[in-house]
Design a protein around this ligand. Structure first.
Ligand code: PRP
Length: 209
């Protein structure tokens, strides 16, 4: 049986926030809030089966078994992934670290250009979560996974908001062991590299540019 390479969310709560993201008439602040809310939902799903360490605390009633997370490093992909950072830090343990990568697509060739690698040299003790709003061709995510992999993370997770089937297939072909969790998988990628129906350009809509 082939490995599961992606999963998406469903239901009207996700649908409500997606409707805000998709609408061309959504203002910048509302767009940011919808990204933040969906980020919390997607991250919860992406880390649903995170491994941890067994221990114990004392509740007012007596001993209680615990399963605590290890150190997590989140990697937002600039620029749009920054919109997922604050909700991630609100949700994840206080020890969570942040490492940055910068990737932008050439609008003509759709090839990713990787312009920043601020990822620690050694991530061997960390569970790493890559954050990016859009997976279109999958080129930016593939370049990011390649870099993060060279730092030997204990585990690697990807949380996104919206993906094209073409981009997910590209990632699955290159990294069949990486599970990508997104809020929604859309219909297709058009000739200009936009996800259809999509939400336009996430970076521009998040930052009003
Ligand atoms: C967008 C998005 C992803 C990438 C997805 O970034 O945030 O990083 O495109 O496209 P791909 O899957 O085809 O690589 P963009 O290049 O617009 O840069 P920005 O986030 O700085 O706006």
């Amino acid at each position: 049986m082939p490995a599961t390479t992606h999963r998406s969310l469903g239901g009207a709560l996700v649908g409500e926030h997606l409707a805000v993201l998709r609408s061309v008439s959504t203002a910048t602040g509302d767009f940011r809030r919808a990204v933040a809310r969906l980020s919390t939902l997607v991250l919860s799903a992406a880390l649903d089966d995170l491994d941890g360490t067994v221990g114990e605390v004392t509740s007012p009633v007596g001993p209680a078994a615990t399963l605590r997370a290890g150190r997590i490093t989140v990697v937002p992909v600039l620029r749009a992934g920054l919109g997922m950072l604050e909700p991630a830090l609100n949700l994840l343990p206080d020890s969570t670290r942040v490492a940055f990568v910068g990737a932008r697509r050439d609008e003509a060739t759709l090839e990713p250009s990787f312009y920043l690698d601020a990822v620690p040299a050694d991530l061997s003790g960390d569970d790493v979560v890559i954050l990016d709003v859009m997976i279109a061709t999958g080129g930016s995510l593939a370049a990011t996974i390649e870099v993060v992999r060279t730092r030997n993370p204990r585990s690697l997770h990807v949380a996104g908001i919206i993906a094209a089937p073409e981009g997910l297939a590209h990632i699955a072909g290159l990294f069949p062991d990486v599970l990508v969790t997104v809020a929604v998988v859309d219909d297709h990628l058009n000739a200009s590299g936009f996800i259809v129906p999509g939400l336009g350009d996430a970076g521009d809509r998040l930052y009003g540019t």
